[in-house]
Ligand binder design. Structure first.
Ligand code: ZN
Length: 348
């Protein structure tokens, strides 16, 4: 089967470049590093673009990801990151994306027609996304500036408190019902995003925060990179009730490839079969409908199934979908059409 172009809901390449793990510039981005997204692998895997996250790492070392190899875990929420620190890092990551565009490595897309034309031209289509709003001041000056620079998607929190909300901790087994939701400033942020038609990402909100967005936002509900709680009882995954709210708002969910959110035992073990991804796709389609499921790989931010490894492994997922009985049309919806549909509705 010819793999349809893949437009994906989440990667952390900008963080990797920012941290110095990926050589900067189109030459460095060309390939050869140990990272999961680069131009060479993208070409091989039919990766046509997606959401590129600006992400400010925690400044304390409180989070030990090794804990996620235990049968049960509850990682504490890292400390809030101050605006001055966060904005320096966020601007630097936005600048990396802008320079990659200037050097011809990708195109920053502000509309679905931008995405379509980049895909047609064979240029990586990048949506500037921000995962956690630490760099956004409560007067929203930074938001206006970043919107001007191309920001079209924002998560009010990563798994860490901000002035806008609390975030969901990495906890297994646990629902996402872990504490209070959005603050009053958080609700103002939702309204401001609605006004600017910036997509609001639900993926790292706890349940209370999710329901606050559902109540106050006028846009389709979107979780860019989350899975089904019924198959993996992780706090980052979505309960049936949340999935039904997403369905009823005509939003969507992007399948997260992170093994800890796929596996029934919640462990960070890369020996995880592609069948597990298919099982989540089946379940998500059952609960939200086939027009509301896409991909949200978390490449360069997560341990993914060894069979996939990086963007070059995406055709294996498509083959598995086909073998499982998904028809050409459904595979195309999952690979990019659903994202384009929901982005069109959200951005106008
Ligand atoms: Zn994330």
């Amino acid at each position: 089967m010819q793999t349809p172009p893949i437009f994906d809901g989440h990667n952390d390449l900008l963080l990797r470049v920012h941290s110095g793990n990926v050589p900067f510039g189109p030459d460095g981005f060309q390939g050869g590093g140990g990272h999961q997204v680069d131009l060479e692998k993208a070409r091989a895997g039919g990766f046509a673009g997606g959401f590129f996250a600006i992400f400010v790492p925690s400044q304390d070392a409180s989070m030990d990801m090794e804990e996620m190899n235990k049968p049960a875990y509850d990682l504490p929420l890292p400390a809030q990151v101050e605006w001055s620190t966060a904005s320096r890092i966020a601007l630097s990551q936005a600048a990396i994306l802008i320079r990659l565009e200037r050097e011809g490595a990708l195109r920053i897309c502000r509309s679905t027609s931008d995405i379509n034309s980049a895909m047609e031209a064979g240029v990586l289509a990048a949506v500037m996304h921000m995962e956690g709003a630490e760099a956004i001041d409560p007067d929203f000056h930074a938001l206006d500036v970043l919107f001007g620079a191309g920001l079209r998607s924002l998560g009010p929190v990563w798994s860490r408190p901000t002035i806008y909300g609390h975030g969901v901790p990495f906890r297994f087994p646990s629902t996402g019902d872990t504490g209070p939701g959005l603050t009053a400033d958080g609700i103002r942020l939702i309204k401001k995003c609605n006004e600017l038609r910036i997509l609001i990402d639900l993926s790292h909100l706890n349940e209370a925060g999710f329901w606050d967005v559902a109540k106050h936002s006028n846009a389709p509900l979107v979780a860019t990179h989350s899975n089904a709680y019924a198959l993996c009882a992780h706090s980052r995954n979505l309960t049936d009730r949340q999935l039904h709210a997403i369905r009823d708002s005509d939003g969507m969910v992007g399948l997260n490839f992170a093994v800890a959110f796929l596996r029934q035992d919640g462990r960070m073990d890369e020996a995880t079969s592609i069948d597990r991804m298919i099982a989540h796709l089946d379940y998500l389609i059952q609960e939200v409908g086939e027009d509301r499921v896409g991909l949200g790989s978390d490449f360069d931010g997560a341990i993914v199934p060894a069979e996939i490894r990086h963007v070059g492994g995406l055709p294996k997922l498509c083959e598995a979908m086909e073998k499982h009985g998904y028809d050409r049309d459904l595979i195309a919806k999952i690979c990019h059409k659903n994202w384009l549909r929901v982005l069109g509705k959200t951005w106008g």
